[in-house]
Write a protein that binds this ligand. Structure first.
Ligand code: ADP
Ligand code: MG
Length: 207
């Protein structure tokens, strides 16, 4: 029951936005260009939400292929660059050129990184920074953001747990499922006001 309520709640905000925009267009057709943009934006949010929910419903299958974490990190970072610039948060990637090739599912690891980078950006004020570092057997996403207290740290990976008015609370739950499907591990270090560090071990042998 609680799960159903959370799902419905997540879908309601974007739907309200879409309905409101449609109503504005009905009242004033000349305003259509502006409100169509809003409708598209809200529809995109709904699509992303559907992805998250579907993800939760199906088992995580991974297809391991030899991959370079640095390449994945750079590609995720470049797609986040505009959002970081806009918020004036620094985004850095640290990876060595000779880093080893690991057997991971690159698409899944990309998904993991997207979630961690999004969270890091959301918790970091302008002037702060987020760093993705690649090491032998995994990677680290670190931010200088608001950090977390004990209460949040305990609940972090629980589905639908969120401290954000706009959050789904599904990001880290999916992150954990993907890392576990790789037989990997996650360590989190965080202090209120000082920032947060997520360390992912994907291949213990390589580190
Ligand atoms: P959502 O981002 O939708 O809230 P997540 O599962 O991604 O859901 O994260 C759950 C909660 O964990 C967030 O609401 C936030 O309170 C906390 N959190 C996650 N990452 C960070 C971070 N880098 N810094 C501070 N808090 C974080
Ligand atoms: Mg999130």
């Amino acid at each position: 029951g609680q799960m159903a309520a959370s799902v419905a709640h997540e879908f309601r905000n974007p739907l309200t936005g879409i309905r409101g925009a449609a109503q504005m267009i009905r009242e004033k057709p000349s305003s259509a260009p502006e409100f169509i943009g809003m409708i598209e934006e809200e529809a995109l949010k709904l699509e992303a939400l559907c992805e998250d929910f579907l993800e939760l419903a199906r088992p995580i299958n991974i297809r391991l292929v030899p991959s370079r974490l640095g390449d994945i990190a750079r590609s995720v970072a470049s797609s986040w660059r505009p959002a970081f610039d806009e918020k004036e948060v620094i985004l850095a990637v640290q990876a060595r050129d000779d880093e080893p090739v690991l057997r991971v599912d690159p698409r899944r690891i990309e998904q993991v990184l997207h979630n961690l980078v999004r969270n890091a950006l959301e918790s970091t004020d302008p002037g702060g920074s987020v760093t993705i570092s690649v090491f032998g057997g995994g990677l680290v996403v670190e931010d200088t953001g608001q950090g977390m207290d004990e209460n949040v740290l305990e609940r972090l990976f629980i589905p639908f747990f969120t401290t954000k008015s706009y959050g789904s609370g599904l990001g880290l739950c999916n992150v954990r499922r993907i890392v576990e499907a790789h037989d990997g591990e996650i360590e989190v270090v965080s202090r209120p006001g000082e920032g947060t560090r997520f360390e992912l071990f994907l291949d213990r042998r390589a580190s």
